[in-house]
Structure formats: C-alpha cells, structure tokens
Design a binder for this molecule. Sequence first.
Ligand SMILES: C[S@@+](CC[C@H](N)C(=O)[O-])C[C@H]1O[C@@H](n2cnc3c(N)ncnc32)[C@H](O)[C@@H]1O
Length: 221
Amino acid sequence: MRIDILTLFPNMFDGFIHESIIKRAIERGLIEINLINIRDFTLLKNGQVDDTPYGGGSGMVLMCEPVVRAIESVKTDDAKVYLMSPQGKVFNDFLAGTLYESTKHLILVCGHYEGFDERIKKFVDGEISIGDYILTGGEIPAMAITDCIARFIPGVIDSESFQNESFKDNLLDYPVYTKPREFRGLKVPDVLLSGDHKKIDEYRKSEQIRITKEKRPDLLK
Ligand SMILES: C[S@@+](CC[C@H](N)C(=O)[O-])C[C@H]1O[C@@H](n2cnc3c(N)ncnc32)[C@H](O)[C@@H]1O
C-alpha cells in the first residue's frame, strides 16, 4: 500500500513514521509513506502557497496552483485523492476498510489556515473529516487515517488482534488485564485465571455486549 501525504509541514510526521508499528511496517516494505511538501509546487516567489480570501474575511486560503500541481506530481491512474477537511465524510473503521479495499494508492492532502480554495475540490475524489471539531491543520487527520488503514495491511499487526478490536461486529472490545493478579485490592476476574477457554470466550462475549450497551448503545441499533 502506498500513501502519499501532501503537506506544508512534513516535519510534523517525523515521530509518526520513525517510531513503533508504522516504522516497522515501512522497514518491512508493507507500507510506503511519502511526504510531499506542497510549497515545492508553487510557481510564486518566496514559496507563497496561500493568499487572502476574495470577498474579505479572516485567514489565508491555500491556492489552487501549488496544491493541484502537488497532487498531479504523485497521482497514478488508480490513486484516490482526499482532502483532509472538517466538512468531509466522517472517518471510522468501516471507511478505513473501504478505502483499503478500494485502492492501493491513497493521496491525502492536508489543509492549513482557512482551508482550501474551493476549486481544488474539482481535482480530488472527496473530503474526509476525523470528527466534528476543528484542528489547525490536516496533518493529525492524515496521520490518524494512515495509521488506521495501515492496521488493515496483513502483517502490520498480528491477525488475531485485528479480529478482536472494538467496532468488529458493532461491538466494543472486552476488558483486558495483565500481571499482577491483584493491584491495590483490585482483582483480575477469576474466570480469566481458570484456564477454561470456553468459559473465557463466553465471559468476553458477554462483557462486549454489556460494555457496548453501556458506552455506545448507538452501535447496537
Ligand atoms: C482551521 S481548518 C479550516 C476549517 C475551515 N475553515 C472550516 O471551517 O471548514 C484548517 C485545515 O485543517 C484540517 N482540518 C481541521 N479540522 C479537521 C477535521 N476535523 N478533519 C479533517 N481535517 C481537518 C483541514 O485540512 C483544514 O483545511
């Protein structure tokens, strides 16, 4: 899977690509993540990529030319291009799976400031939001989306953990415990120490249903 991230702030991704699971996935060739600096595609002096909005108002607007040229520099025939935008389709695990199935080349474009010149939307496949709140830029959304999609790639995480996570079959995950058996008077449920795997499976399933009813009843509808 190849993911190209177009951004004005590629350094923001340093920790993301150089640590932990994503780092290992890159090293093992399971995912390719390319960071493209939108500023490299401006035709204007001083690296200008934004300007004031027509009609007045606050903030700076990302200009068409550098963003569209940056997209065109990486776009392949089967690539899907999405703008990071609070106005987009709200991202979730299902959308991550759909994106993973639908393309092996994803281009994520990070906005900043007031956002994108509206005409840029004619050059992309859609807009994706990570929730109903406003961030200063699209870099954190691009990281969240890339991270979540990476988990769908076989080998990035072990397949058993992938199967058992929250949202699978519209249920939240069951509670987990590790050593010690007792911490400040709080005990690990006996069934988990019983060695009876049938009982453990039944307990975990019933906990999934209980927790989902309690925390996210909307998932059960
Ligand atoms: C300050 S926001 C611009 C918000 C825009 N003026 C609006 O109200 O719709 C700057 C950039 O951050 C990114 N961004 C902010 N919140 C986001 C969210 N919830 N999901 C995805 N991207 C977001 C987008 O790339 C956006 O262009």
